[in-house]
Write a protein that binds this ligand. Sequence first.
Ligand code: CAA
Length: 299
Amino acid sequence: MTSSISNVTVIGAGTMGNGIAHVFAMKDYAVVLCDISEAALEKAVATISKNLDRMVAKEKITEDQKAKTLSNITTNTDLASAVSECDLVVEAATENVELKLNIFRQMDEHAPDDAILATNTSSISITKIAAVTKRPAQVIGMHFMNPVPVMKLVEVIRGYSTSDVTLDMIMEASQDLGKIPTEVNDYPGFVANRILMPMINEAIISLHEGVAGVEEIDTVMKLGMAHPMGPLQLADFIGLDVCLSIMNVLYDGFGNPKYAPCPLLVNMVTAGKLGRKSGEGFYKYEKGSKDVVVSESFK
Ligand code: CAA
């Protein structure tokens, strides 16, 4: 750890939250992982441990480094005490505006006055989140990519009132994690999802219109454009509910019909086909299996 931040609280123990806790703890930050659910916290620590095992097996870290990383993480179900001594909070709760605003009001009340409040939101306005706090200059977007331990990018989003000092500290901390922070401004979808989501939506429209099947669309993009996953598999990986909510942010934010979510995406989310996390999306996922098999609905 070489940045001026040493105590980090991560709010939300889901996929992104556990990944963010993992990367800070590996660099010897003291991490408090906070979630209202004790079960979610236990699952998150087990996931971090499993992902560290993978790194030990590949000889990227030693058993001692794994143990040290885990010892840098404590868990807490009470937000007020979890943020009471932090230098930085990274909020990675569910992508829901009211929930995030509520969490930011609480973080603002209980975190030290000089703490930075960052959000891992994938599309909600940083300016809007900052406006519910008394420290808008210390609010910033710190958008990690999934899987966090693997992906190099941190999209750093400057809200309307974010100060230069806050920006510099977050750029420095991101570099300290071995990431490549990239600064962008606060507009719907920022850069990552303004570009990624319309591509995914267009892939779903192509499927919906019968231009090609699931495997064909993904193969074109994997082999033709060297994407590690095709857009439909990536949509499953991200979560179709998350994709839909981001498309709605773009559609509402720009008022342009080109961002209208594909009706097939809307239907699948309504039907509970959310991708990998629900066991089925464009593909079907068997527990414990790494096979990617096209869902019966698209055969
Ligand atoms: N934790 C730690 N390491 C992990 C990991 C995890 N959760 N998942 C994979 N890895 C590591 C593996 O150990 C492996 O490491 P080595 O290269 O050292 O061997 C490496 O990642 C590759 O993993 P695999 O060989 O198991 O599988 P793969 O080659 O298929 O790669 C992948 C998996 C990295 C996920 C790759 O498919 C990929 O890059 N997919 C696209 C991911 C992407 O686009 N993410 C962004 C999503 S958008 C987002 O997050 C933001 C948003 O707002 C929606």
